[in-house]
Design a protein around this ligand. Sequence first.
Ligand SMILES: N[C@@H](CCC(=O)N[C@@H](CSC=O)C(=O)NCC(=O)O)C(=O)O
Length: 279
Amino acid sequence: MNLQSSTKSFGGTQSIYSHASEACNCDMKFAVYLPPEDKGGKGTFPVLYWLSGLTCTEENFITKAGAQRIAAELGVVIVAPDTSPRGPKVPDDPDEAYDFGLGAGFYVNASQDPWSEHYNMYDYIARELPTLVSTAFPVDAARSGIFGHSMGGHGALTIHLKNPEIFKTCSAFSPIVAPSQVPWGIKALSNYLGPDEAAWAEHDASVLVSRIPSKTNILIDQGTADNFLKEQLKPEIFAAAADRAGQSYTLRMQDGYDHSYYFIASFVEDHVRWHMERL
Ligand SMILES: N[C@@H](CCC(=O)N[C@@H](CSC=O)C(=O)NCC(=O)O)C(=O)O
């Protein structure tokens, strides 16, 4: 693991590391915020994993969300990985579209050529990264939560539902809740996983919640002025499935907010507190 940068923030440290990833078969980067040492009760901190959306790297969240202040105050580590494999050997969308390929790993393990060699973001987030983080940083892995935005909200919901014993708490901003039914998701899942929609269902939060609801209350914030709300996000699909399955959730429609990091910055403190009250 190689330290790329380290910056003091609210008494703690905001760093970026790179490392050789087994899951993605390339170097990966992630950001990690460590709160001030005196905030760790037993020398360890709870940890939240933040999953960013389309076009993002490990830098968007740490430079735009402003979560360091509340992470320092509450004493929680926040890990923010990149959103796809990268590097000279990693293929991209032939059209270089923003919604597939680089910056758009969709938190699945690709089964199709040429994506399967590197695009294994599910294993990276659910398995490799937590192991690395627990080894390298003073975290209490038994107090781990996951949250994210848009494509990253989809990742947070699906990875939590499939691994509630690892990621005990979950929240999302403007998540893609039904990727099997919306253009962003259909493009990504059909290319990464092939035409069999049974494979897509394994990564569709609205399907998963009906099969394997979790015991925690999932917080979702969604802006009403979000350009992607009606075509790509459709939180009502998740809400209906969660209602049927008895999944506890809190969906807050936030008046006038759009899809941007201004929205995330407005409510990120609520989300960090939400996790900390439950971990
Ligand atoms: N460039 C595209 C839209 C891309 C976009 O809005 N990306 C969002 C996530 S969308 C879902 O996963 C984002 O977080 N962008 C980075 C940022 O710092 O804002 C377009 O112009 O339509």
